[in-house]
Ligand binder design. Structure first.
Ligand code: CMP
Length: 136
């Protein structure tokens, strides 16, 4: 079933010059980019996006990180896109993520883990509305 998912290439991806490498993996897999924007977000947008994490101990440094510089937000579309993107991303902690995944190959951190992908159809709907409210 074709789905849409919200993906972030977080500020570490931009800082490290890995936008092309990471975007290329999604494109090579066969997913389509249906929206894409380069932007720097404020704390309120971070709080909206990470609403389920705002009370967690790890949230203040995560908030500082995601607002620390430009990121790339995009919507990818394709068959089972939500699970496919999560598989390509790998486990949250880059130190534990399997080789072959984006985080497993390119990240050594639990926070600066390069990418975000929606974790369910409900999250994808909610997150796409936050980042791309005008996307038909
Ligand atoms: P993401 O997929 O964007 O969803 C929540 C983010 O919080 C996660 O990627 C990491 O960047 C960050 N995160 C999750 N757990 C931890 C943790 N234990 N310590 C630091 N950052 C975390």
């Amino acid at each position: 079933m074709s789905q849409r998912t919200l993906v972030l290439l977080k500020p570490d991806t931009v800082r490290r010059g890995l936008v092309g490498e990471v975007l290329g993996r999604f494109e090579a897999k066969g997913l389509s980019i249906v929206a894409l924007e380069f932007r720097t977000i404020d704390g309120e947008t971070a709080d909206q996006h990470y609403a389920e994490h705002v009370e967690r101990d790890f949230y203040p440094p995560l908030r500082a990180f995601v607002t620390s510089g430009p990121l790339v937000a995009l919507v990818l579309e394709g068959d089972e896109a939500i699970e496919v993107v999560r598989a390509l991303n790998g486990a949250t902690d880059g130190r534990k993520a399997a080789p072959g995944t984006i985080r497993g190959d390119l990240s050594l951190s639990n926070r600066e883990n390069l990418v975000h992908g929606s974790d369910s159809p409900e999250s994808a709907d909610r997150e796409i509305k936050i980042w791309f409210p005008d996307l038909p």
